[in-house]
Design a protein around this ligand. Structure first.
Ligand code: CP
Ligand code: NVA
Length: 310
């Protein structure tokens, strides 16, 4: 049975039930299949998406903008200099203007609270396109990719190496809901947000998954079917780059790390990749890597979401 997701925001995957997440993935898979079959249907015809970007982007901007165009709608890019979120006028007032012009708002922000404020004051759906805390659109694409490559989600184990960051947080939330275990291997001092961890662990109890954090790389990689990493210094942390690189080098995703995971493990990375830092060329360009399929799935996952919330 399908439930209506009309009008819903995607601020955090924690706000969605297991069934709702699977329903979004099913819708996305259906859109993708129809696109490749040559079906030129336009479920977003006449719809306008406002896109707020406080930070740079390749995939998020391209996938939303190209996706809106593909399905008959239109996307408008609002960069840092265009609206100066919270400086030229309040974030709440921005929400109360944008919802008069657009059918949905996507926002990439520094402070997570800004997506929450947009969602609170906008009368149209707000989608988190990355905040310092979360990156839920990325994880919808990741789950779609894992399901395509592995045929299932339930019961799999994902190892995430490096920083307990926004991508790690959304992976914990999303995987817990669909019954996938996550083992985070992070250096001391780079643990994930404790509230996100405990909420994801509570969700995981209901789906039979396990969400854990360790400083032991081998423990995380043991029996992993999916091995995932992300940049060591996220956008906004550029000043800490050197220290982070030193602290996280033992957690690099390289051939030695891959040898510990399951032989049939797949490699994912949200991208952009810093080759030679968090991941080696041999791994990202190797036969187990599906990072560009994963990038493409951003479009399918996000359009699958918009078709359901609009
Ligand atoms: N993965 C991702 O969000 O990429 P961009 O920063 O290029 O949008
Ligand atoms: N953790 C990274 C993800 C980039 C898509 C960042 O926030 O910069």
């Amino acid at each position: 049975m399908t439930v209506s997701l009309k009008g819903r925001n995607l601020v955090s995957l924690h706000d969605f039930s297991s069934e709702e997440i699977v329903q979004i993935l099913d819708g996305a898979a259906d859109l993708k299949r129809r696109y490749y079959q040559g079906d030129s249907f336009q479920p977003l015809r006449g719809k306008t998406l406002a896109m707020i970007f406080q930070k740079p982007s390749l995939r998020t901007r391209m996938s939303f903008e190209a996706g809106m165009h593909r399905y008959g709608g239109h996307a408008i890019y609002l960069g840092p200099k265009d609206i100066s979120l919270g400086k030229r006028e309040t974030t709440a007032d921005i929400a109360r203007n944008l919802d008069r012009f657009a059918d949905a708002i996507m926002a990439r922000v520094f402070d997570h609270i800004d997506v929450e404020i947009l969602a609170e004051y906008s009368s149209v759906p707000v989608v988190n396109g990355l905040s310092d805390l979360l990156h839920p659109c990325q994880i919808l694409a990741d789950l779609l990719t894992v399901r395509e490559k592995k045929g299932t989600l339930q019961g799999l184990k994902l190892a995430f190496l490096g920083d307990g960051n926004n991508v790690a947080h959304s992976l914990m939330y999303g995987c817990a809901k669909v019954g996938m275990s996550v083992a985070l291997a992070v250096p001391e001092g780079y643990d994930p947000n404790p509230e996100v961890l405990s909420q994801a662990q509570a969700d995981a109890e209901k789906t039979g998954a396990e969400i854990s954090v360790t400083h032991d790389l081998k423990e995380a990689l043991n029996d992993a079917s999916v091995v995932y990493t992300d940049v060591w210094a996220s956008m906004g942390q550029e000043d800490e780059k050197a220290k982070r690189a030193k602290d996280m080098m033992p957690y690099q995703l390289n051939s030695a790390a891959m040898a510990i995971a399951r032989q049939d493990a797949i490699v994912l990375h949200c991208l952009p990749a810093h080759r030679g830092e968090e991941i080696t060329n041999a791994v990202i360009d190797g036969p187990q890597s599906f990072v560009f399929d994963q990038a493409e799935n951003r479009l399918h996952a996000q359009m699958g979401l918009l078709v359901q919330v609009l």
